[in-house]
Design a protein around this ligand. Structure first.
Ligand code: DAH
Length: 340
């Protein structure tokens, strides 16, 4: 049996250096040290031997097992190191390679425009507030003094969720919500999305953006409104911009007006942009109607205020000489990436 043991050990000594993977190492371990291995068989059959023989064979078998275990463990360590080296080689990063440029998106032209408008008013001390795109008929119409028969309330002009709930058609409902929650002085602008049942064409979109403005305090007059909008026009369209008021009607303001700015392309001489008139309409405005102040919980005997509202799309289209509003929403990257 000593001979068998020797043979076994020699076999193992020859087999172990040839091992190339952890799987092979495992099967070699099973073959030489496992329950069904020759070594286990030899140890099991030792019962029949004399005491002396048992002692010497036992010693030899244990030595053989230890040697095989050591050889195997060393081999496995080598394999692990080699595997790690291979992996590091395979995954080596060439730090001298030029990097791949990360493509970062740009804000949409409407976002940029809303920010520009908000920034101008921020610089004049206004807070910028956002409101809910879903609002009630009360805030969108009734509280704004819009009579029950006003055409904008029609089912075909407005998106209704129910009789009382709708997608706001203007940012004006925020006037009343702000007044309800603030004691004057109030100075705020509200940029946001609005919705109307309009079929899309070059100048209409069922979803669009407005910026509302509201100022309420003691002694606010039309002169404050004019001064504010004149400053806004200069900061937004250039220092030489002039403004002009035209009388108009809005239910929530009295008196009401529309404001034109001198054409920022031709400077007022008349060109294709201003259709030869030298003026471009940009917003609606007026002194807040006493009924609207009352709806906002503000005493019209003590306070007065002005409000204005402008379309962000219209301003973006004019400023960047874009001739079709639909381009803003078509997600054509060639168009969108032009504005940074
Ligand atoms: N909400 C009006 C619209 O959508 C715009 C407007 C006009 C807002 C006059 C105002 C205002 O605050 O005073 O046409």
């Amino acid at each position: 049996m000593q001979d068998e043991l020797k043979k076994l050990l020699e076999e193992a000594r020859a087999a172990i250096p040839a091992i190339a993977s952890m799987e092979e190492a495992d099967s070699v371990r099973v073959r030489y040290l496992g329950k069904k291995s020759k070594l286990t068989e030899i140890l099991r059959s030792m019962g029949k031997l004399s005491h002396e023989e048992k002692k010497s064979l036992g010693q030899a078998a244990n030595q053989a097992r230890e040697e095989i275990e050591t050889l195997l463990n060393d081999k496995m360590k080598d394999i692990k190191v080699k595997m790690m080296d291979d992996k590091l080689n395979r995954e080596r990063v060439d730090i001298t390679e030029p990097g791949r440029r990360t493509v970062i998106g740009t804000p949409h032209i409407i976002t940029i425009t809303l920010e520009e408008i908000s920034d101008v008013f921020r610089s004049m001390g206004y807070s910028v507030v956002e409101g809910s795109e879903v609002d009630t008929v009360y805030y969108n119409f009734d509280a704004l003094n819009a009579p029950k028969a006003h055409p904008s309330r029609d089912m075909t002009d407005t998106f209704y969720f129910s009789e009382d709930v709708l997608l706001r058609t203007q940012t004006s409902p925020m006037q009343v919500r702000i007044m309800e929650n603030t004691t004057p002085p109030i100075k705020a602008v509200v940029p946001g999305r609005c919705f109307r049942c309009d079929a899309p064409d070059a100048t209409h979109s069922p979803m669009f953006h407005q910026v509302e403005g509201i100022v309420v305090d003691e002694g606010i007059t039309m002169a404050d409104l004019k001064g504010t909008l004149a400053t806004f026009a200069k900061l937004m369209f250039g220092p030489d911009t002039k403004i002009k008021f035209r009388p108009h009607h809005f239910p929530f303001t009295e008196p009401s007006g529309e404001v034109d700015v001198s054409c920022f392309k031709c400077g007022g001489k008349g060109c294709s942009m201003c259709k030869g008139s030298g003026w471009i309409e940009i917003l609606g405005c007026g002194m807040i109607h006493p009924n609207v102040l009352k709806a906002g919980g503000i005493d019209p005997e003590k306070y007065s205020g002005f409000a204005f509202g402008m379309g962000a799309e219209r301003i973006a289209l004019l400023k960047h000489e874009i001739d079709d509003i639909r381009l803003l929403y078509e997600n054509d990257m060639r168009f969108i990436n032009q504005f940074k």
